[in-house]
Design a protein around this ligand. Structure first.
Ligand code: NAP
Length: 315
């Protein structure tokens, strides 16, 4: 049996559907039923039920967006740093392998090759880098799992949310046997306030940046594939290969859904942060070579977006 923590959430729902599709025995668990955030309670539950694998999709994301984490700091820290630490130690005692949904938001920017030199650049909205993205996309490389995180409390500035996601990864490292699966900006064909493709269509004005993003179903499938194929434990970036600008996403929405509205963009970061956001956003490109090297398959990002829009199911 696989134990699924956080099954009631947006990403948890995708794991539950994928586990059902595979006909793998699993048990969704909510804090309402068993407060798995308490170490002794979780440990007792694990000893009693002996799952063969545990999936942690629980965490605190902030609603409607990450700005909410700035004012709910105790909940954010509890959900994203203390909870994974609790799970890691309970699973280690019971020798239960597990997987933790983390986030690529511990990074900002990309690695950029210019004049033969490659270095991390945190802000891809800088005009020279933004035109490089358009004109020489091969010069833009994603962060790998061994690159140092650069949007964390240890390498500020960062959002409170990102800081706690990085602490969560740190708390797990070296304890027992676990996967850290990094998700980024989930989307799929189901219109939902949490779906990136829905958000883009509902924003008053759109914020243009450069990102690797994850199709929700593809993400859950790839994470479970890693476990199924006995891939080595450790951290994996799990996004659809490649990256997109928000302008490209809007172009695809216009082409495929042909909405009545016209899209406008915030002029620049200054206007966006003055009018529409309270805390810094992580925008980043991730490298998924490590995932692909295990043999796990995942569609390129533009293919996954086009497919979602062609099969769009309005709320
Ligand atoms: N959605 C995104 O944009 C995104 C992007 C990157 C990474 N992630 C990560 O993916 C995971 C799941 O995100 P989600 O979008 O599915 O979140 P969600 O819809 O808010 O669901 C999270 C679930 O976690 C459980 N939970 C446990 N401790 C919690 C706490 N202290 N505060 C709030 N909820 C808690 C709740 O389930 P019960 O109370 O029923 O147990 C809740 O339903 C999180 O770790 C998040 O950081 C999400």
């Amino acid at each position: 049996m696989i134990l699924l923590l956080g099954a009631s959430g947006y990403i948890g729902g995708a794991f539950a559907r994928e586990l059902q599709r595979r006909q793998w025995a699993f048990r969704p668990l909510s804090r309402k039923e068993v407060d798995y955030s308490r170490f002794e309670v979780l440990l007792e539950f694990l000893k009693k039920t002996r799952p063969e694998f545990l999936v942690n999709v629980a965490g605190y994301t902030g609603k409607p967006n990450v700005d909410a984490c700035e004012v709910a700091r105790a909940d954010t820290l509890a959900g994203n740093a203390l909870l994974p630490q609790t799970i890691a130690h309970a699973c280690a005692i019971c020798a239960i392998p597990w997987g933790h949904v983390s986030s690529g938001c511990v990074f900002s920017g990309a690695k950029v090759t210019l004049n033969g030199q490659t270095r991390a650049e945190k802000d891809l909205t800088r005009p020279d880098l933004r035109s490089l993205v358009e004109q020489s996309p091969d010069a833009i490389h994603g962060f790998t799992e061994t690159d140092p995180q650069n949007f964390t409390f240890r390498d500020p500035p960062c959002s409170f949310y990102s800081g706690t996601k990085a602490l969560g990864e740190e708390a797990i490292a070296g304890v027992g046997q676990s996967y850290i699966w990094r998700l980024r900006i989930p989307f799929d064909e189901f219109d939902n306030t949490r779906n990136y493709l829905s958000k883009v269509q509902r924003y008053e004005k759109v914020y243009d940046n450069v990102n690797s993003i994850s199709h929700r179903g593809d993400f859950a499938r790839a994470c479970l594939d890693l476990w199924e194929c006995h891939a080595p434990f450790g951290t994996y970036n799990v996004t659809n290969p490649g990256f997109v600008t928000t302008r490209r996403v809007v172009d695809l929405v216009e082409k495929i859904l042909q909405p009545a509205r016209r899209f406008e963009f915030w002029q620049n970061d200054t206007e966006f942060y003055r009018r529409a956001a309270k805390t810094l956003r992580s925008n980043c490109v991730l490298d998924v070579s490590k995932l692909l090297a295990t043999g796990v398959k995942i569609r390129p990002v533009v293919e996954a977006i086009e497919d979602s829009l062609r099969n769009w199911q309005p709320e």
